[in-house]
Write a protein of this length. Structure first.
Length: 92
């Protein structure tokens, strides 16, 4: 692994830890209010990724692909393929 890769990994870990610390400090109401914001952010990221993968797609095609991916995610969730592995630091 290159030094750049290690530095990037260290930065990612640091950002992750700071996000966890922020979430732990927040009240339940704040965390619940963040849910829709996080969903909107993830939808923007998904649309941007699709646009990068398929620059020829129209907005309607991008939205169709978003819906297709969400249906797949729902089927995976409904099938209980992935199970909660707990938290990283063992805290609830």
């Amino acid at each position: 692994m290159s030094q750049f890769d290690e530095q990037t990994l260290d930065l990612q870990r640091s950002i992750f830890r700071s996000k966890i610390a922020k979430a732990k400090r927040a009240t339940m109401a704040q965390n619940l209010a963040d849910g829709p914001k996080l969903f909107d952010q993830s939808m923007r990221l998904m649309r941007d990724a699709i646009r990068t993968e398929h620059p020829e797609f129209s907005d309607a095609q991008i939205q169709g692909e978003v819906r297709r991916r969400l249906r797949i995610a729902k089927r995976i969730d409904d099938a209980s393929i992935y199970q909660d592995a707990g938290t990283i630091d063992g805290q609830p």
